[in-house]
Structures are given as C-alpha cells and as structure tokens.
Design a protein around this ligand. Structure first.
Ligand code: ATR
Length: 280
C-alpha cells in the first residue's frame, strides 16, 4: 500500500515523542502512515512549507518555535486556529494547506482527566508563545476567572494579553516582579509553557514560584518527565502534571483530522510511559 507521510517541524525537534507516538498508533490500527521529525530552523520555515506541496506530505505538526510564524505560509485556518492565533496541525487536502490547533482541546482534556476544573479559577500562564495562546484561550473558554501571563519579552506578553482579553480577564507581568510573585502565590493553577526545563542547565522560568498545597502546577514539557520547576512544586505540596497527557490528547485530535480514525489514547499513553521509563 502507498505510504502517506506525516511529520513534525520544530527547532529543536529531536526530543519530540510525536514520531514514535503516531507511528505506533498507525501500526496498531494498520494504517499506511509514516511520521518523521524535521529539524527546520526559523529562516527555512517558508521553504519547508512550500516543499510540502511539491512532496505531497499528508499532514504536519508544528512545534516550538513555529506555531505562530507558520500562519502566513498556509492557505487557510480553521476556526480553532483562528481563535487561538497559532497552528500545531496542518493538513493537505486537494493541494491546499489548512492550519488547525489541537493544543487547546488537548490541554483541557488532559487537565480534566487529572481532575482539575478551571471554572472560576485564577490561573497563571508562564510564556507567551503558541502553546501559551492555546492554553490561555482554552482556560478562559472553560470559565477561568482570570489569566495572568508571565513572560520574559514584554511585547509578546502584552500581545497575548490583548488577544486573551477577547475571551475574558487577562493581565501581563514580567517574570521577576512583585505582581508575578503575587499571582504565582494566589492562583489555583500554574501552567508552564516555555521550553525552559528541557535542559538540565535551564534556569527556572519564574524567579520566586512559591508553590503550596492545594495548588495545581502543569508543565507542558514531558521530557524530562519532571522538570526542576515541577519538582519544586511537588516538594512544596502542589499537585503536579507533566506534558505527557497533553501530548497524547492533542496528538489524538490531530490524528483524527488527518486519518478520520479514533486514536488509541490509553494504549499509546501506556506505551509512552514504558518508553520514557526505558522499557519499550
Ligand atoms: P511555542 O509555539 O511552542 O509556544 P514559542 O512560540 O517559541 O514556542 O514560545 C516560546 C515561549 O518560551 C516564549 O514565551 C518565550 O519567551 P519570549 O517571548 O521572551 O521569547 C519562552 N522562552 C523560550 N526560551 C526562553 C528563555 N531562555 N527564557 C525565558 N523564556 C523563554
């Protein structure tokens, strides 16, 4: 059978578990798909996207740092990608590239599976990139009381605040301010969406995170399984969640868009946990 090609574009991308996750799912379901990882530097993104058309690639995921920058190179966006203002999934149909976003729904589904309901809660989102957009929009749509964005770059944080204000109450502050400390202390949920924590030498993404019991702390990083940030949160009594659940839930939604088939979520989650534990 003719193989259809899927893949992920990121920089870096070597850490991504999406290839083994989607290849495993296609194998379990007997579907003719192969999923590959492509390390594409930001300056090469436009050329990479136009080559998809020539190569007839069936679908793509985008990861850091391409989720927003890819938009001008696509033919259209679906309603969810427009609402979030970022794309993590691209589908080729009849020669046209459509951008979608499954991060928001994947994040919320994984959060609810763990038992947290964002309704009426105050949440802090650390970061202001494509992942933070999806997390912020979906939390406000679920009825969160307020989102406080903490980000290194002011312009980007302010732009996300403006965007989130269409959905509910949003505020922005830098990472080492009194406002950041106050918000981190007095919120019910902290979501860490930056890439800080993937490398051992990375600093913590916010200076004084004073975690406490009763607080939920979500880091969208899944490798390592426990970042320094999550470890600190756990040691201080917070309930912690890593990014594996979101990876599987957003992947499941993307897989359904590309193939029309239901993704074997629980089986894949068990497989990835075994894989990360070094078993296979
Ligand atoms: P994604 O689309 O996956 O969210 P992104 O759009 O590149 O990736 O966003 C990455 C986020 O991580 C941004 O909020 C970025 O902060 P800036 O807006 O200041 O660039 C944050 N980030 C990445 N590396 C960082 C670092 N070394 N220190 C602090 N923040 C960092």
């Amino acid at each position: 059978m003719h193989e259809k090609v899927l893949g992920i574009l990121g920089h870096p991308v070597a850490h991504s578990l999406s290839p083994i996750m989607h290849n495993r799912a296609a194998k379990l379901l007997g579907l003719p798909y192969t999923y590959a990882a492509f390390d594409v530097a930001p300056k090469d993104l436009k050329r990479a996207i136009s080559s998809l058309r020539a190569l007839g690639i069936a679908g793509l995921n985008l990861t850091v740092p391409h989720k927003e920058k890819v938009i001008p190179f696509l033919d259209k966006l679906d309603a969810e990608a427009k609402a979030i203002g970022a794309v993590n999934t691209v589908t080729m149909r009849n020669g046209l590239l459509t951008g979608s976003n499954t991060d928001g729904i994947g994040f919320i589904r994984s959060l609810k599976k763990e038992g947290f309901n964002p309704k009426s809660k105050r949440a802090v989102v650390i970061g202001a990139g494509g992942s933070a957009r999806a997390v912020g929009v979906s939390l406000l749509r679920e009825g969160a009381k307020e989102i406080v964005i903490i980000n290194r770059t002011k312009a980007r944080g302010m732009a996300l605040k403006k965007h989130l204000s269409k959905f509910g109450k949003a505020a922005f502050t830098g990472p080492e301010t009194n406002e950041a400390e106050e918000a981190l202390t007095n919120c019910g949920l902290i979501v860490q969406t930056t890439s800080l924590g993937m490398k051992k030498a990375d600093p913590l993404p916010a200076a004084k995170p004073s975690f406490r019991k009763g607080q939920w702390v979500y880091d969208i990083i899944y490798s390592p399984g426990e970042t320094r940030f999550l470890k600190k949160a756990r040691m201080n009594g917070a309930r912690t969640i890593n990014g594996l659940g979101m990876l599987v839930c957003q992947g499941s939604e993307s897989f359904k868009i590309w193939t029309g088939r239901k993704f074997p979520e629980e089986e894949i989650l068990r497989f990835l946990k075994r894989f990360l534990a070094g078993g296979k």
